[in-house]
Design a protein around this ligand. Sequence first.
Ligand SMILES: NC(=O)c1ccc[n+]([C@@H]2O[C@H](COP(=O)([O-])OP(=O)(O)OC[C@H]3O[C@@H](n4cnc5c(N)ncnc54)[C@H](O)[C@@H]3O)[C@@H](O)[C@H]2O)c1
Length: 312
Amino acid sequence: MKKILVTGGAGFLGSHLADKLISEKNDVLVIDNFFTGNKNNIAHLLNNPYFELMRHDVTFPLYVEVNEIYNLACPASPVHYQHDPVQTTKTSVHGAINMLGLAKRTGATILQASTSEVYGDPEVHPQTEDYWGRVNPIGLRSCYDEGKRCAETLFFDYHRQHQLQIKIVRIFNTYGPRMALNDGRVVSNFIVQALSNEDITIYGDGSQTRSFCYVDDLVDAMVSMMNTPKEIVGPINIGNPTEHSMLELAEIILKLTGSKSKLVFKPLPSDDPKQRKPDITQAKDNLNWEPKVSVHDGLKETIAYFKKVLGA
Ligand SMILES: NC(=O)c1ccc[n+]([C@@H]2O[C@H](COP(=O)([O-])OP(=O)(O)OC[C@H]3O[C@@H](n4cnc5c(N)ncnc54)[C@H](O)[C@@H]3O)[C@@H](O)[C@H]2O)c1
């Protein structure tokens, strides 16, 4: 039985990852400071003898014995990561240093949940892993984007300097049940607005595109990445390359919810990337992975979850 640490495991992605690791008969320790995470996301695991929850902030060192570390701790939505930008950078950078230090001490393999935000507002489309990105170092999103970029640097330097076994995945927009209600991400925003029959807010003219990956697909890819041979370190893009404009997404959600909401248009926030789409050739070749869940099926599951949470 492997002892596996999931940082940020009470969050959206971390809680689904913990579910999968527990279902595969591992011994799982989740640490979280509950900044954006929620005990409800993992309440169903608390009585499992192979599941353990610890309140801990990754900006402080931690000493535990583990074989694998999935480093997910970090607020992921602009509303949350811009709330305390200094803490966001500390979480990415000091968090990475502390978790890499733990991996060095225990000999654990460590996987970093990096992000498509490392590409910034890209000039290359779709984004391949060898693209270095176009990131504003001093903007409102920089605490997150540059923090994640620095974390990748630290991972590679620990790998080169201390021979640590590292894995980096660059996650593109992912959605599904347990996303926070009020995190301002487009999928949760649109669904909550549609279910409450409120206006659906589109930033810009709605022509900007995003690709959306369903959480089950994402978690499968993360676990496959962790289990690759040690020469495979990444970074590897994980996401769904099928693109949807914001207008298209709003229309699918209106249809699936049967909502009477109207679309309203507001100015684009600063540094909002116009287009984002992963090239997933490396994930296909190295992980034998590609997303299976259609946006239609994934949204149905997500809407069912939000209906329950909202009592709609
Ligand atoms: N969801 C996405 O579309 C997406 C895309 C790219 C990257 N990611 C990355 O995946 C990871 C998980 O994202 P998510 O969508 O589940 O977000 P989330 O906000 O739901 O989860 C993050 C978790 O980390 C915890 N956390 C934050 N700061 C912490 C700290 N200092 N110490 C301990 N715990 C802390 C939060 O309480 C929360 O439980 C993040 O690192 C994020 O950057 C997510």
